[in-house]
Every structure is written in structure tokens, then in C-alpha cells.
Design a protein around this ligand. Structure first.
Ligand code: ADP
Ligand code: MG
Length: 205
């Protein structure tokens, strides 16, 4: 098989069950959904993340990323016809984004997390699809966030907390590569074949 096809079959992404997912007893259900899709979990652990790890994980010094955090919340205020200035003291996306970034550190260090590496064809996009939209009320039914979480940035922002949406998944291949090296050493990544690999991904007839 050509190298390029092998590479496509072994695309890797990073995902993590957040503290609310672990503490609600959804670890098994989330892992089940990943496994039955045919994707392979090649690294997995349960840890208590440090503040430093979360700061390194989210691109907190990236202005565009911080602004996007703020924007994601602002649209919800618009939808509810609420004035963010009245509830948050500002309608500036950067200021709101910075406050959300701080809340994210508190949220992600509030309990155990389960980071993992997932391998398979189009793994990055597949795991994003399994996760669903960032905002639980926009996440489709059938996705992890859609089926098991209900939250709104309007409420979360006023309460100065992050949106509780159970699960993290890398958005791009570059993000996946960066996050994999942040959370796992090469020795922690497993190489094994799964029963069914040949039926799913090879011509056996
Ligand atoms: P995703 O996790 O879908 O990739 P982001 O990278 O934009 O989404 O945001 C990281 C996390 O920050 C989200 O999963 C969510 O927990 C939290 N978050 C994002 N936007 C907001 C917001 N406006 N208010 C509160 N929390 C937010
Ligand atoms: Mg993201």
C-alpha cells in the first residue's frame, strides 16, 4: 500500500473528556461512541490537569482565538435580545474572550480529565462530528454535546464560568499534532490491530 494511503488511514487527533464528563459518569459512554465508529483509541489516561497544562493547551495568547471565544457568547446575547453591557459590563469580544479564557482554566482543573489520542481515516473531522457544536444548544442530537449537555454562553458568561460541554476535540490537524505532543509522550502511544480492521478498511475478497 502506498505511504500516502497508510498516512491517511493513520491520521491522529486529540480529544479529552472534560471534568463534567468524568464526574457525570459519562467516560464509558463517550469512549463507546468513539470505538463503535471504527476509530481506534491509541492512547488514554485519567489525570488531574494543572493550570499550566491548560494554559499551554488552549492558545490563550492568540488574539484571534480569544476574540472568537467572546464572539461565540455574544451571538447568544443577541438572540435573547439581552444587552451584554448590562449583564457583563462590556460588549467587547476581546474582554469577554479574556474572561472566558480565565473561566476555562478553572473549569478544566476542577476535576479529573481523560485525554486520549484517536486514530483513523479523517480522524480530526470525525471526532469533531462526534463531539458536536461548541454550544450545547446548537449541538445536533446524536452528538456527545447534543445528547448529554444543556448550557448557554449567556448564562455561563453571567455566572463567570466556561460552558460545560463535556468533551474537547482538536479542530484541525495542526491543532491535533500540537495537542498530542503536549499531553502524551511517544512511549504512551500504542500500536495494535483491532478485530474488524480488515473488514472496514481493506479489500479482503
Ligand atoms: P471547541 O471546544 O468546540 O473547539 P473553542 O475552542 O472555541 O470550542 O472553545 C473552547 C472551550 O471554551 C469550549 O469547548 C467551551 O467549553 C468554552 N467556551 C467557548 N466559548 C465560550 C463562551 N462564549 N462562553 C463560555 N465558555 C466558552
Ligand atoms: Mg477549540
Amino acid at each position: 500500500m502506498s505511504d500516502i494511503i497508510t498516512k491517511i488511514k493513520k491520521q491522529r487527533t486529540f480529544a479529552m473528556i472534560k471534568p463534567d464528563g468524568v464526574m457525570r459518569g459519562l467516560t464509558g459512554e463517550i469512549l463507546r461512541r468513539i470505538e463503535v465508529s471504527g476509530l481506534k483509541i491509541v492512547a488514554l489516561k485519567m489525570i488531574r490537569a494543572t493550570k499550566e497544562q491548560i494554559i499551554a493547551h488552549y492558545p490563550m495568547s492568540d488574539q484571534a482565538w480569544v476574540d472568537r471565544l467572546g464572539e461565540k457568547g455574544l451571538s447568544t446575547f443577541e438572540g435573547l435580545k439581552l444587552d451584554p453591557k448590562q449583564y457583563l459590563g462590556t460588549d467587547d469580544k476581546t474582554e469577554i474572550g479574556r474572561s472566558v479564557a480565565q473561566s476555562l482554566i478553572d473549569y478544566m482543573t476542577s476535576g479529573p480529565v481523560v485525554p486520549m489520542i484517536i486514530e483513523g481515516i479523517q480522524a480530526v473531522d470525525m471526532v469533531r462530528k462526534l463531539a458536536g457544536h461548541t454550544l450545547p444548544y446548537k449541538a445536533e442530537m446524536g452528538t456527545i454535546r447534543g445528547d448529554f449537555s444543556v448550557d448557554s454562553p449567556a448564562v455561563a458568561n453571567v455566572e463567570r464560568r466556561a460552558i460545560h460541554n463535556l468533551f474537547h476535540a482538536s479542530e484541525t490537524l495542526e491543532e491535533a499534532e500540537r495537542e498530542i505532543t503536549l499531553w502524551f509522550t511517544p512511549e504512551e502511544i500504542m500500536h495494535y490491530s483491532r478485530a474488524g480492521d480488515d473488514i472496514m478498511y481493506s479489500k479482503t475478497y
